[in-house]
Design a protein. Structure first.
Lengths: 361, 681
């Protein structure tokens, strides 16, 4: 870092501190903020928490230390159930959720004992996803799935009710015959299967695509098919800013015979896409947190977002996606949870027909 | 040609990674840690790495690797102290060293035995690293083609080694491995999330039992308890004698034996799951076979020291092969190593095919750090020998509480939950009984470590074979499952099982154990049977649509149950001096001229049970302070002042660790009523 940038950065932090100090009298000096992530140390949520923790520490009044803690279990249900029981103490408890926390909640999984509406969102970020094909079938791909029909694909699937639901339904809508190998340990294992030739179609979230799948594309071993897209301010799906040259699923669907971008199937896909990708990770304060504490956090995250180097450091580690704070985060959460009953019922029926998974135990 | 240029480039990059003062500093730190842990009998790579684990998070990958490799590679060198000086194997891979090393120490030639052992260790370590370099070069293109059936076969090959480790009663070894696999199956099923022996009302077991806790419970806890019961110093003489140079000359005179045994060590190390438990015996057997005058073995033959020590260091290089190439742990400590790697940096390193492809430079950095650490470790062992020897003079009763304190802190790191300690205690109890009744503990750990790969790969292979069957017919499916690599691995497995079973009777991984009365071994077998039945009953409840989660535990459970039933039948008909009824307590209870009769098992355990209960009531730090003080005063019979000083040291150390890592201690009932400041609350 050159001296000028460093000075600018210091100035930005100083201003941020002054601003946040003015907004609230809350002082966190000497306190330790515990940011609990309901996944293991190795996942994307861990990277997300570890990216923000030192930045939050600098931006909070009194520069408290921010510690990321991990409470993995039951695909984040364990941690979320724990957070539901947490009550406001002194504003030092933060919780981070992911798409895997939102899906079981939306689908009415019987293990879910948490209620998103009780919690206070202070910051949210999103990601995107990219589907790609093997080189041989990729030659048949012309921006539509028409020539891919009648082929059989193999996909390593983490679980019917996970984020993999979004690609599974998308491929079905395009009329692709995708056979799912269930119970893959993570998307990294899915990519390994793709590389060894056992799987012939795959998807990765943006950061993993850039790191793991882009090299395959460069070597000619994979062909990118489509991104899931991103949401614009009016809630429409547009091209993903990280992959501006790649068509979105919406474009491919429109161009493919028999694929509709209206009707209950599309609505259900879009609803779960929104819940799983553009508003994927959210930082919450527990139920009963007073407004001044919430404001302090929001101001701190605003200060983080206002850093000169934020775009640069965050695009490297999280991808080029917007960060929502305060009311914007609240609105984002609203969008993510605003899945109507038809869409939920459609997905439940789809999971039962396609994967034999029953959520009404 | 391209293969070699890529490798050459990576090798160069690897050296740039290593040749950095900070990296070297971390390596030396790891070596020192490994030295101080390896000296204690029973504590080895697993315990050491578990302690390091909390420090790994976000650490610069090269530094973390240096720290861990330094620790791993010095343990087989430093455990020689315990084997030679006190006649107790420092870890499972230096049991054979005791046979001739200890008699040499008794004759006052401890220094000669140690220096021969260190020279052999160094040489073995370098051979291991050199082998690994070439093996990766050759194997890399093949390994990158491995699919699920091949990976499954590698795991099964590892499991088949249980045959060698089974000890005198093969069925017990098999049941032990089955038990390990069943314990690994506890928790949420990997495919449909159905619960096995767990409940949402008690969320602790949803994630299953952690490897760290199993490793510490099965290997470390039983050794500590056993040592504590005998209540003596690790080494009662304390003098090393002369003969440092002589030892090195001994090694040089037997350099070809050392070469052969190093190669044996590498080969055995390559086999996943086998780890170090048999390598020393195989090398020892080789030394006996190739020596003309066999009369000195067992009473201080230097070749009996050189052979196992060459092999057990070389095996660390071999053990990295399955770990780095396939992501399948070569041993318990390698399993923790794999977990720790994922914590480094921002998680960019992942062992297995991915690492071989994307991080060849790191792969080679690991290999050469291993070699470097062996050199540093040997030098340290020689320089600090007198000090380390003094360390072994301390009565174990003064060390045990600290060791136990550190182990329970390490266990607590895995889940940040009081139940971590309860589980450690429970698994420790299982470990104590496995040891006592001569059920193979390495077999248990292999079962535990390899259960997940076997379940996952078999599930993947089965589903993909089904899809191929639909698309390409039976031929396509069979081509997929029985690829040339799989067939080769099957042949190797069959040969090794056949050879292993023939050798098994001569290999006693836990040393000789006398048989005694029937009652205790029978009760233990019944308890194991009961556990297996509970597991079977529980997984049988899993509904049909989620039966993938039940298949693995059902299969393993039925096999284990059969083993148990046959064992029980045999127990009914065999005499009570049959190896079936092996029980270490029989030896201990027979009145011998030994004046310090060992203390009872239960009264020793009760101390730690009390620590647990006090933690549940008052939280860890308060309980620990009270425990240390009372233990030093009444069990170690120290004066109050000394007891107090040691207690303060222990608690201060613990607090410094927790402060450094930003951790809390397990709270108890007291903390639910009153809010106490850190570290009490």
């Amino acid at each position: 870092m050159n001296p000028t940038t460093k000075k600018l950065q210091l100035a930005a932090v100083a201003i941020a501190l002054a601003v946040s100090g003015a907004v609230s009298a809350e002082d966190f000096a000497g306190k330790t903020i515990e940011w609990t992530i309901p996944f293991s140390e190795t996942g994307g949520s861990a990277k997300w928490g570890n990216f923000f923790a030192p930045l939050l520490s600098e931006a909070m009044p009194g520069a408290p230390s921010v510690v990321v803690k991990f409470m993995p279990g039951a695909g984040s249900t364990k941690g979320a159930n724990w957070f539901q029981r947490e009550k406001h103490k002194d504003g030092t408890t933060v919780f981070g959720t992911s798409g895997s926390t939102q899906f079981p909640y939306l689908l009415g999984d019987p293990r879910v004992r948490y209620e998103y509406k009780d919690w206070n969102p202070v910051m949210a970020t999103g990601t995107g996803g990219v589907a790609y094909l093997n080189a041989e079938d990729g030659k048949l791909y012309d921006g539509t799935a028409n020539k891919l029909k009648g082929k059989t694909f193999v996909y390593g699937n983490q679980g019917a009710t996970r984020l993999d639901l979004v690609p599974a339904l998308a491929w079905d809508m395009l009329g692709l015959d995708v056979q799912h190998v269930m119970g893959i340990k993570g998307r990294g294992d899915g990519r390994k299967m793709f590389e060894s030739g056992e799987a012939t179609i795959d998807y990765q979230t943006s950061a993993s695509y850039l790191k793991g799948a882009q090299p395959l594309v460069d070597e000619g071993k994979a062909v990118p098919m489509m991104s899931w897209g991103a949401l614009d301010s009016s809630g429409d799906i547009v091209r993903d800013p990280t992959f501006p040259d790649m068509p979105t699923f919406k474009e491919v669907c429109d161009a493919t015979d028999g694929c509709e971008t209206t009707g209950p199937q599309w609505d259900a896909w879009k609803a779960f896409f929104v819940a799983g990708f553009p508003v994927q990770k959210i930082a919450f304060l527990p139920a009963g947190t007073p407004q001044d504490v919430i404001d302090t956090y929001v101001a701190a995250f605003d200060a983080v977002g206002a850093r000169d180097d934020f775009a640069e450091i965050s695009s490297k580690r999280l991808g080029k996606y917007p960060m929502f704070t305060g009311d914007a985060a609240k609105a984002a959460l609203e969008t993510a949870l605003n899945v109507n009953d038809e869409a939920k019922d459609f997905i439940k029926g789809y999971l039962k027909d396609k994967f034999g998974v029953s959520l009404d135990k | 040609m391209e293969i070699i240029t890529t490798a050459w480039q990576a090798l160069g990059d690897a050296w740039t990674l290593i040749l950095n003062p900070a990296t070297f500093g971390y390596l030396v730190m790891g070596v020192f840690l490994g030295l101080s842990i390896g000296v204690f009998p029973g504590l080895g790579g697993i315990a050491g790495l578990s302690l390091l684990l909390p420090f790994m998070f976000g650490l610069e990958p090269v530094y973390g690797l240096a720290l861990m490799i330094g620790l791993i590679s010095v343990v087989p060198t430093s455990d020689t102290f315990a084997s030679v000086l006190m006649g107790i194997p420092g870890s499972s891979s230096s049991q054979a060293t005791v046979l001739d090393g200890f008699p040499m120490a008794k004759r006052g030639q401890a220094a000669r035995a140690l220096s021969a052992a260190f020279a052999s260790s160094l040489f073995g370590g370098l051979v291991g690293a050199a082998f690994l370099t070439f093996f990766i070069l050759i194997a890399r293109p093949i390994v990158l083609k491995f699919q699920s059936p091949e990976l499954l076969m590698v795991s099964i090959f590892g499991l088949s080694m249980v045959g060698i480790l089974a000890g005198r009663v093969a069925l017990k070894g098999l049941a032990s491995a089955g038990l390990g696999m069943l314990v690994a199956s506890i928790g949420e099923g990997p495919f449909s999330g159905e619960l096995r022996l767990a409940s949402y009302d008690y969320p602790y077991f949803l994630d299953g039992v952690k490897l760290i806790i199993v490793g510490l419970g099965i290997f470390a806890v039983p050794e500590i308890i056993a040592l504590l019961r005998t209540n003596r110093a690790i080494n009662e003489r304390g003098t090393l004698g002369a003969g440092w140079l002589e030892g090195v000359k001994d090694w040089w005179a037997n350099k070809w034996l050392s070469v052969r045994c190093s190669l044996i060590g590498v080969m055995v190390g390559v086999i996943p799951g086998l780890g170090g438990s048999v390598v020393d015996w195989i090398a020892y057997g080789h030394a006996v076979q190739t020596t003309k005058d066999k009369s000195h073995f067992g009473s201080g033959e230097i070749r009996g020291v050189i052979a196992p020590e060459s092999a057990n260091n070389a095996k660390e290089g071999g053990g990295l092969v399955p770990t780095l190439l396939f992501g399948i742990p070569g041993s318990g400590s390698m399993a923790i190593f794999i977990g720790a790697l994922a914590l480094l940096g921002s998680g960019e390193l992942e062992v297995g095919q991915v690492m071989l492809k994307d991080n060849l430079d790191y792969t080679y950095a690991i290999v050469w750090m291993l070699a470097l650490a062996n050199v540093v470790g040997t030098v340290c062992c020689i320089i600090f020998s007198p000090q380390i020897a003094k360390l072994t003079n301390i009565r174990f009763v003064l060390i045990a509480p600290f060791v136990f304190m550190i182990i329970s802190f390490a266990a607590f790191q895995s889940g940040q939950n009081l139940l971590d300690l309860v589980t450690l205690f429970g698994i420790g109890l299982i470990g104590i009984f496995l040891r006592r009744f001569d059920w193979s503990r390495p077999a248990f750990l292999i079962g535990f470590v390899l259960a997940n790969p076997v379940e996952n790969f078999s599930n993947n292979a089965y589903q993909i074979a089904g899809i191929r069957m639909n698309n390409d017919g039976l031929a396509g499916s069979l081509n997929y499952i029985f690829s040339p690599i799989v067939l080769t691995l099957i042949v190797i497995t069959v040969i090794s099982v056949a050879m292993g079973l023939r050798q098994a009777k001569h290999i006693q991984a836990e040393g000789a154990v006398a048989a005694g009365r029937k009652r205790a071994p029978l009760i233990f077998t019944l308890l194991v049977t009961l556990f297996v039945c509970c597991m079977l009953f529980n997984v049988a409840q899993i509904p049909d649509y989620a039966r993938v989660d039940a298949i693995f535990p059902l299969t393993i459970g039925v096999v284990t149950l059969l083993c148990c039933l046959v064992l029980l039948l045999q127990m009914m008909f065999k005499a009570d001096d049959d190896p079936l009824f092996a029980d270490t307590e029989t030896v201990m209870n027979t009145p011998v001229e030994n004046t310090d009769k060992p203390k009872g098992l239960w009264s020793t355990l009760a101390w730690f049970g009390a620590l647990l209960i006090a933690t549940a009531l008052f939280g860890y730090i308060i309980a620990l302070a009270a425990f240390l003080l009372v233990f030093f005063r009444y069990r170690a019979i120290l004066p109050w002042v000394k007891a107090l000083i040691l207690t303060v040291c222990g608690v201060a150390f613990m607090m410094a660790m927790a402060w450094l890592l930003n951790r809390d201690f397990p709270p108890g009932w007291l903390q639910t009523i009153v809010t106490l400041p850190w570290p009490l609350g």
